[in-house]
Design a protein. Structure first.
Length: 260
């Protein structure tokens, strides 16, 4: 069952040099419970697409549904169904972990008691239980990213959007977040749409990959499928496949799709 569906989704920005087509027609289907890697070069339209799907940016054209709700006609229902973790995060450095989580819950209309209970629950689940009274400014990079994700999960969303969640983290913290993403899906059935520039991360985490370039979908399939079609075999490098697909490496060498 599709939990995200788009048809011809577009976004054009106006600049002093004329219109800029950031997204030029995205047709996308994401299945419930799927971890989807949404990849592309800088400026390909990844973050713009995520911002449209989470109602932070209105589309110029096209249509979309998220968790059964129309993006344009039911934006409030779409927001209730989504958790969004942006690239830069959004924690207040002057409050405690507990205060940040409770405030986020209250913004989603949980009662104070419900928000406090959910904050403790998530803190324990995400390894923040002993940090609830710590000021967020004192957290490490990995701890802050776990807090960002906890904030995105406070209202139990059906879909979690993660925009480059491990940028700047050390290898150990990245591995911890990989485990966390897997656990969120396994324990709660949450659908995860992930953007990342770390191709090893996409290869390890994603059930399926969608690669966008210049505002359109250039290729999609499982990691093994894309490596076989564009880089010669399932044991090839995803980087080689990515470079071939986006035209930034050798010319694409596509073979017959592999059944997966």
């Amino acid at each position: 069952m599709a939990i995200i569906s788009t048809a011809g989704l577009t976004r054009t920005f106006l600049s002093k040099n004329g219109p800029v087509e950031a997204v030029r027609g995205i047709d996308l289907t994401v299945r419930a419970g799927e971890i989807l890697g949404f990849l592309g070069p800088n400026g390909a339209g990844k973050t713009t697409t995520l911002r449209m799907l989470t109602t932070l940016l209105p589309p110029t054209g096209g249509a979309a549904t998220v968790a059964g709700h129309d993006l344009l006609r039911e934006p409030a229902a779409v927001r209730r169904a989504c958790g969004y973790v942006a690239q830069s995060g959004g924690v207040d450095p002057n409050v405690s972990v507990r205060e940040e989580l409770v405030t986020q819950g209250r913004l989603y209309r949980l009662t104070k008691a419900q928000a406090s209970l959910r904050a403790r629950e998530l803190a324990n689940e995400l390894g923040l239980g002993e940090l609830l009274e710590r000021r967020t400014a004192t957290l490490s990079g990995g701890q802050r990213r776990r807090l960002d994700i906890a904030m995105g999960l406070m209202h139990r969303p059906a879909v979690l959007f993660l925009d480059e969640p491990t940028t700047g983290l050390d290898p150990g913290s990245r591995a911890d977040l990989w485990d966390l993403v897997r656990r969120i899906r396994a324990d709660h059935g949450t659908t995860v749409l992930l953007t990342t520039h770390y191709l090893d991360e996409a290869d390890a985490l994603a059930d399926r990959l969608v690669i966008v370039d210049r505002g359109v979908i250039a290729a999609e399939g499982t990691p093994a499928d894309l490596k076989t079609r564009y880089a010669g075999g399932p044991d090839a490098s995803l980087q080689d496949a990515f470079l071939a697909i986006t035209g930034r490496g050798a010319a694409p060498r596509e073979t017959a799709p592999v059944a997966v």
